[in-house]
Design a protein around this ligand. Structure first.
Ligand code: ACO
Length: 363
């Protein structure tokens, strides 16, 4: 039996490739780190959905199509407004995406459906976030690209170029990552010939947990608790000795530093400049890797993408509640690409389980 399906190949994919020992991440044949530095969000999304880089006309069409889905329909605003105030943002996005699943989302899944969900998710997040803070709705700005418009709709102000660049790097680096738990959820759902909105709804529910997309707020919590470099070693040792997991460390696939964490570390340093919190993060990254090697020899536990995602988010003034939702706003591209790929070569997912209960006496 393979607990947690460790090491099991469950599908073939041409969307991304990960070499966990070398720390390489590849999007459709290109180094994802280079894509994150050289591409816009729209170009990277095009590459993942269509399997090739866009020309100017294709890129303009995609940018326009994403813009055309930024406006929230009235019924969706009403649904969001009736949700309990204490429902966290991931629950709100999950409900809103589910409510979008009208007849236009029927099987088979299409790129148009993927663009629709990708276009609207930032608006869902911004609308709810501002509503909870008793701030007025900010309508989308047609002049701005996908990432800049997200920041604009959250704050109501023109975002700084450095903030747009940092968030765009983060969002491109988290667009896609092989058969992670949420992508697997999406593929399982679509494998029943369900629909794109249902598959992405499943994925959002899976993304929410702290062992997956919910880790970066755990990282800020950890660093806020540690407070200073002097307190770090005692704090980390206690947690590990108590059998607790350090958020932002370890990965099912990477057995070296997550390449996304490396790229985000550089970006966080670029945006934050001299910053005490980031200095503490850099110290904790090194120390935690050393202590994890001491307590968990052979497990190869290093910083993952979530560790420096927290630093980048903090550097651009995103509060903790927005970390996992923003991850969702980027990963919807990867989920939807996988949903389309699964549908094109579909076999329903139906593994076995090993029964360990009692059996009746059969006559
Ligand atoms: N802190 C302390 N110990 C850890 C950590 C950690 N962050 N991660 C794994 N370990 C230990 C486990 O306790 C286990 O020890 P044991 O063999 O003595 O029992 C060993 O390393 C292997 O752990 P597994 O759970 O088998 O590793 P798995 O590959 O299943 O887990 C996971 C990967 C879930 C990411 C894990 O490393 C973890 O919980 N990390 C913390 C949460 C986190 O940062 N999640 C974000 C991941 S990135 C993403 O999803 C976008």
């Amino acid at each position: 039996m393979n607990q947690g399906l460790k090491g099991i190949v469950a599908a073939q994919t041409a969307i991304s490739y990960i070499d966990g020992n070398k720390g390489h991440l590849v999007y459709r044949g290109f180094d994802a780190k280079k894509i994150a530095l050289e591409f816009s969000f729209e170009e990277a999304a095009y590459l993942l959905w269509y399997g090739q880089k866009p020309n100017q006309a294709q890129l303009a069409d995609l940018a326009d199509a994403l813009k055309s889905h930024r406006t929230l329909p009235g019924y969706l605003m009403d649904i969001i407004d009736t949700l309990p105030q204490d429902m966290d943002l991931m629950g709100v996005i999950r409900t809103a995406v589910s409510a979008l699943g009208d007849a236009s989302f029927e099987w088979m899944p299409t790129t148009e459906q993927a663009i629709k969900l990708t276009g609207i998710i930032p608006s869902i997040i911004a609308y709810r976030k501002r509503k909870l803070a008793n701030k007025p709705y900010v309508a989308p700005n047609e002049e701005l690209n996908h990432v800049a418009n997200y920041l604009y709709m959250l704050t109501g102000e023109m975002p700084l170029p450095a903030h747009i660049s940092a968030l765009e790097t983060y969002m491109i680096l988290t667009l896609e990552h092989g058969m992670n738990a949420s992508t697997f959820s999406a593929r399982v759902t679509i494998s029943t010939e369900s629909d794109m909105a249902s598959a992405v709804t499943s994925a959002i529910g899976t993304m929410k947990g702290p062992l997956h997309g919910g880790a970066p707020s755990g990282v800020t919590q950890m660093l806020n608790d540690i407070k200073s470099e002097e307190r770090a070693e005692k704090w980390l040792r206690e947690k590990i000795e108590n059998g607790e997991r350090l958020m932002g460390f370890g990965h099912r696939v990477y057995k070296t530093t997550d390449p996304r964490a490396e790229a985000l570390r550089e970006k966080a340093m670029e945006v934050s400049g001299q910053d005490k919190w980031l200095d503490l993060a850099l110290h904790v990254e090194k120390l935690a890797a050393k202590l994890l090697a001491e307590y968990k020899p052979g497990r190869n536990l290093y910083a993952n993408v979530e560790f420096y995602a927290a630093a980048v988010m903090r550097a651009i003034d995103m509060d903790d509640a927005l970390f996992t939702p923003t991850f969702t706003a980027s990963r919807v591209v990867g989920w939807s690409a996988h949903v389309i790929e699964q549908a094109e070569h579909n076999t329903i997912f139906r593994p076995n389980s090993e029964y360990i209960g009692h059996l009746p006496e059969f006559e």
